[in-house]
Ligand binder design. Sequence first.
Ligand SMILES: Nc1ncnc2c1ncn2[C@@H]1O[C@H](COP(=O)(O)OP(=O)(O)OP(=O)(O)O)[C@@H](O)[C@H]1O
Ligand SMILES: [Mg+2]
Length: 303
Amino acid sequence: VITVLCANPALDVTYRVDRLTPGDVHAVYSVQRRAGGKGTNVARVLRQLGEAVRLVAPLGGTDGERYAAEIAESGIELVAVPVGAPPRTSVCVLDEDATVFNEAGPELAASEWDAVVDAVLQPRPDVLVLSGSLPAGVPTDAYARLIRPDVVTVVDAKGPVLAAALTARPHLVAPNVAEAQDILGAGDAAQCAAGLRSRGAGSAVVSCGPDGLVAATSDGTWIARPPRALSGNPTGAGDALTAALAAGLARAAPWPDLVRDAVATSAAALGRDTAGEIDLDLRAELLGQVVIEEVRDAADQHS
Ligand SMILES: Nc1ncnc2c1ncn2[C@@H]1O[C@H](COP(=O)(O)OP(=O)(O)OP(=O)(O)O)[C@@H](O)[C@H]1O
Ligand SMILES: [Mg+2]
């Protein structure tokens, strides 16, 4: 079973408007409300990929119940850790662009976070996904403390939370290139992937939107890209990438296969408007078309 932690769950509200103009009053012509947060999106894509998923989330209030009811229908096993405060709301206003307003979320008490930690580690996960932001009141090294040598752990985080997680030597980290540059200072995707490994990650996948990704692993380094840039809503492509990586690790897939699948699966998120969903037909179509190249490191090139 793959355990996914959604530490800071959300209710995602999407408003469609004709044209967003600051300062104006807008008629909203459609409203969608959905359980969200990065971990939630990862769990949903894993489910679409046919994996058994256990999703752990701190949930309070009637919005917490609404979130739980929706997840219960999706075939995901939800472990709802009861807390005092309801989940946050994230508002996305869609015209031809997506404008997003992310609430920080409630503050968790230390005892509430302890209950989340217990729920994540018992029973022991085969693969653990730590994805997205931490709620207020939880220390920056909270992901680091969840990383165990005997649990294959995938981290998709940014800033000080990612930097702290690296010190605990996670199996795999998967930030986008801007997030990687933010903690490493500079460098292209390949340099960032190598840098994340030297900071403690077993492997690192650095994603670059339509340009694909670089995967630096103990078996080698690969650059892979989708056959073409797809148009569509890119929100959640990174979450689909994280899901594909976790599924591949759970099956102990060889890295080149895993990388190919990760690119096809993440690009297939562009085929759906909703974050946390992929177009399975598009994924199957793209799988044979992913452009993949093994990069020989500087040491190899000199020998
Ligand atoms: N426009 C696109 N066309 C094709 N594939 C894409 C496109 N955008 C993203 N992808 C695929 O999705 C992967 C992850 O995208 P990206 O680097 O944008 O993640 P992210 O910034 O972490 O996104 P998220 O908002 O979900 O966190 C890329 O490596 C690529 O394989
Ligand atoms: Mg991301």
